[in-house]
Ligand binder design. Structure first.
Ligand SMILES: Nc1nc2c(c(=O)[nH]1)N[C@H]1C(S)=C(S)[C@@H](COP(=O)(O)O)O[C@H]1N2
Ligand SMILES: [Mo]
Length: 427
């Protein structure tokens, strides 16, 4: 008998038992849950959200002509404006996939090979990896193009009507379950002189990324779980690499191969698309760690304050350098700052939720947040970032290549108008 039919039978049994009981004691709201017009049992076998809830990813599957033969580029942003706490539900996790559909992989047939400068090259089946001692860790992922790469309405930094999904939606945070990469590398025995690994995905385009061996041995994970269940196909089912705190591109999905080598591989992605262009014609390569960054998610761009009075200003902060130690919030355009409260848990290289009480007096206000990580690194203003990169502010205003400049972690100001409307006041 199919699982579906047995679930239905179980449901009918439960329903019958409840109906008998309901005749005497249960009030009408409970009875309604099992009324004749209730959804079929299959809907309860794997839970659905209420039909009143409609948060969704927004994005595009764009043509991406740089890659020969590639058809599409997936870029879907997470609805952070409605996020609660710090976990991103898997169906709302942002997606970046270069040029190819998420492959449909049978986990029983999936293998990952580790070879190159090793004593014992090995091929692992998924079950063999799952037999090893696993860990579960809270980590954010962020595409280095977050807040910079053009979204559905253009460069989100320049669009006054942009909401936080458009400006910051290429980051998400999950509890990832898997095994330390160092454990697998220990089993194959990394040889002296090996200094990089090259990780490769299974999809048609074989996304590859070089990662220094020190990072591979440090805190990288080979993960099969996301928020208590198997990874979603969009996130790399059945196996992906997790490289905590580093640019999203390192987190190779549909992982099938790790090649241990003594120099970076200069794969197509890392040599053509991801180096950040500079005005002097040079590029920044292998910048990996994501800087400290935060954003107010409520009240935020596109939302509307309904009346004067109390609002909690709340948002998310994260840093590739470690744990968030402090978040300050300003409601007066940066003249004064107050320490926001940080909600537990505060994990290294994970989204951290902050909140600060605020009373809107009906006047104009500019809301912004600034975070500091446990290495003492402080999130910069856009002017500070321009200075750091040796460019002037026009650099961000010009349409040119600046749209591709990644690792943009400037403070995000939201402007509250007298009518309670909120808009993007970055540029
Ligand atoms: N195999 C494979 N892995 C990949 C990619 C890809 O296109 N193919 N995109 C990378 C990029 S650029 C990012 S930002 C992250 C996004 O992870 P997510 O789609 O799970 O959010 O995956 C990385 N891993
Ligand atoms: Mo990315």
């Amino acid at each position: 008998m199919s699982a579906k039919r047995s679930a239905r039978r179980q449901f009918l049994k439960n329903g019958a038992a409840l109906a008998g009981f309901a005749a005497g004691a249960i009030s009408s709201p409970s009875r309604k849950l099992f009324a004749a017009d209730a959804p079929p049992a299959d809907l309860h076998a794997y839970g659905q959200r209420s039909h009143f809830e409609n948060d969704a990813r927004v994005g595009s599957i764009a043509m991406w002509p740089i890659v020969p033969g590639a058809q599409r580029d997936y870029g879907f942003r997470s609805p952070l404006q409605d996020s609660m706490g710090i976990i991103t539900p898997a169906p709302l996790h942002f997606i970046i996939s270069h040029g190819h559909e998420p492959p449909d992989i049978d986990p029983r047939e999936h293998r990952v090979m580790i070879h190159g400068m090793v004593d014992r090259p090995l091929i692992f089946a998924l079950d063999e990896i799952k037999r090893l001692p696993s860990v579960s860790r809270l980590h954010f992922l962020e595409c280095h193009g977050n807040s910079a790469a053009a979204g559905p309405t253009g460069d989100p930094r320049k669009v006054a009507s942009a909401n936080v999904q458009e400006t910051h939606g290429l980051t998400s945070c999950s509890i990832w379950t898997g095994v330390p990469l160092s454990l697998l590398l220990g089993q194959v025995g990394v040889q002296k002189g090996a200094s990089w690994i090259v990780a490769e995905g299974t999809e048609e385009g074989k996304h590859t990324k070089s990662i220094p061996i020190e990072k591979a041995m440090d805190d990288c994970l080979v993960v099969f779980g996301q928020n208590g269940e198997a990874l979603r196909p969009e996130q790399g089912y059945p196996l992906r690499l997790l490289v905590p705190g580093w640019q999203g591109i390192n987190n190779v999905k549909w992982l099938r191969r790790i090649y241990v080598v003594d120099q970076p591989y200069m794969g197509m992605m890392e040599s053509t698309k991801y180096p950040s262009p500079r005005l002097d014609g040079k590029s920044r390569w292998f910048e990996s760690e994501m800087g400290p960054k935060s954003v107010i998610t409520r009240p935020s761009g596109g939302q509307q304050l309904s009346s004067r009075g109390f609002y909690e200003i709340t948002g998310l902060a994260w840093s590739g350098g470690g744990a968030i130690r402090r978040v300050e919030v300003s409601a007066d355009g940066g003249r004064t700052w107050k320490d926001a409260q940080l909600q537990q848990p505060i994990a290294p290289k994970a989204h951290t939720r902050f909140g600060l009480a605020w009373t809107w007096d009906g006047g104009e206000a500019v809301l912004q947040s600034r975070c500091t990580d446990d290495q003492g690194h402080v999130q910069p203003t856009i002017a500070g970032l321009a200075k750091f990169w040796g460019v002037d502010m026009d650099y961000f205003r010009l349409p040119a290549t600046s749209a591709d400049m990644g690792n943009f972690n400037a403070i995000q100001p939201w402007k509250v108008g007298r009518d309670g409307s909120i808009s993007n006041a970055l540029l």
